[in-house]
Design a protein around this ligand. Structure first.
Ligand code: SAM
Length: 333
């Protein structure tokens, strides 16, 4: 089977799949408080998700990241995880992982670890319970901390993803860093993107460029740039004084396209070949047209042959489409 290679000779080895548009939080920079979610028939079923991911794995994907919405609130999602984990056993899949808000980890961490998941990304913007509630609207910090404790006990490696928000978690830069060091979690900062439903003024107020955040770290510590890249938008530094590794995700910069190995699929089966471009391919139609995967594979190959060289992010096109996770969902490593 010929593996997926795009027109610029980049092998496609990383797939990110959103399994739901629903979430139990309503982070202000991500979702409106009263979201209209998609009708169930539009979502890929768990079986369709399995066929889709398995096809990509046959075609060379070695790393699969499950995201949402909140992936762990999708009904029966553990059935999907249990089944797709067979590709870890055969060695075809090198890593199965997920990005979560942590609210359901207390329930699922043990089982996730048992089926072969080694690492999870957990989004957490503040360690202050009142601020946590304000930014997530519906979230409760103790529940997430409990989830994190369960993940650690289950032996899952945790990377905390923190959206950098001016005037919100600026003062928590060093406390967050210390807390992660104490817990043994990695930490990555994400530059906020113009999504969600907040007023334009608030949006501008909240923009905290990661170069400023980094400069603040550099005032206190010696930072060494690490060559390590994941083919995605994250860059890493080591803090020499503590040995801690800190990541920076600047989704709007173009500094990683040449090594881009990734594509993503929304919960309705749209394949996006580039995180900054609108071009996409419908994989749900070929999935539903036949029970064999030939049409699906053909559609995937045709789409990959259109993967652009780089992303030309245009703020005006991206502005407020309602929900980060439905439309883009590519941050968070
Ligand atoms: N519910 C899961 C979670 O909380 O990690 C997965 C989906 S969530 C959309 C994935 C990541 O996107 C989270 O780390 C979240 O903070 C980040 N995110 C959402 N909206 C964003 C925005 N406007 N700018 C930057 N990152 C954003």
């Amino acid at each position: 089977m010929t593996k997926l290679i795009d027109p610029f000779a980049r092998p496609i080895s990383y797939l990110r799949v959103s399994v739901t548009d629903r979430c139990d939080f309503r982070c202000t920079y991500c979702m409106a408080e009263h979201m209209q979610f998609l009708p169930k028939k539009d979502l890929l079923t768990l079986e369709e998700l399995d066929r889709l991911c398995s096809s990509f794995i046959r075609l060379g994907v070695e790393k699969l990241r499950i995201t949402g919405g909140e992936p762990l609130v999708r009904r029966d999602i553990m059935t999907f995880f249990r089944t797709i984990a067979r590709h870890l056993d055969t060695g075809a899949l090198k890593e199965l992982t997920l990005t979560t808000n942590g609210s359901q980890l207390a329930k699922f961490a043990d089982e996730l670890a048992a089926i072969g998941i080694r690492r999870v990304n957990v989004s957490l913007d503040t360690l202050d319970a009142a601020k946590f509630q304000a930014i997530t609207r519906w979230g409760r910090l103790p529940q997430v901390l409990e989830g994190l404790r369960a993940a650690k006990e289950a032996g899952l490696r945790v990377k905390i993803n923190t959206v950098a928000l001016k005037g919100f978690n600026e003062e928590e830069l060093f406390p967050l860093l210390d807390w992660c060091a104490g817990e043994g979690h990695d930490l990555t900062f994400i530059e906020v993107m113009p999504m969600g439903e907040m007023g334009e003024e608030m949006r501008l107020d909240q923009y905290w460029p990661l170069k400023d955040l980094r400069a603040r770290l550099a005032d206190r510590f010696t930072l060494t740039d690490l060559a390590e890249r994941s083919g995605g938008p994250a860059r890493y530094v080591r803090i020499e004084e503590t040995g801690q590794k800190v990541g920076f995700i600047t989704p709007l910069t173009h500094n990683f396209c040449e090594s881009c190995n990734r594509v993503r699929v929304t919960c309705t089966g749209e394949l996006f070949m580039c995180l900054g471009q609108e071009d996409n391919a419908d994989l749900r139609a070929p999935l539903r047209a036949a029970s064999a995967d030939a049409l699906l594979e053909q559609a995937i190959r045709a789409a990959i042959s259109r993967k652009p060289k780089g992303h030309d992010f245009d703020y005006s096109r991206q502005s407020v489409k309602g929900q980060m996770s439905r439309h883009m969902s590519h941050t968070g490593g």
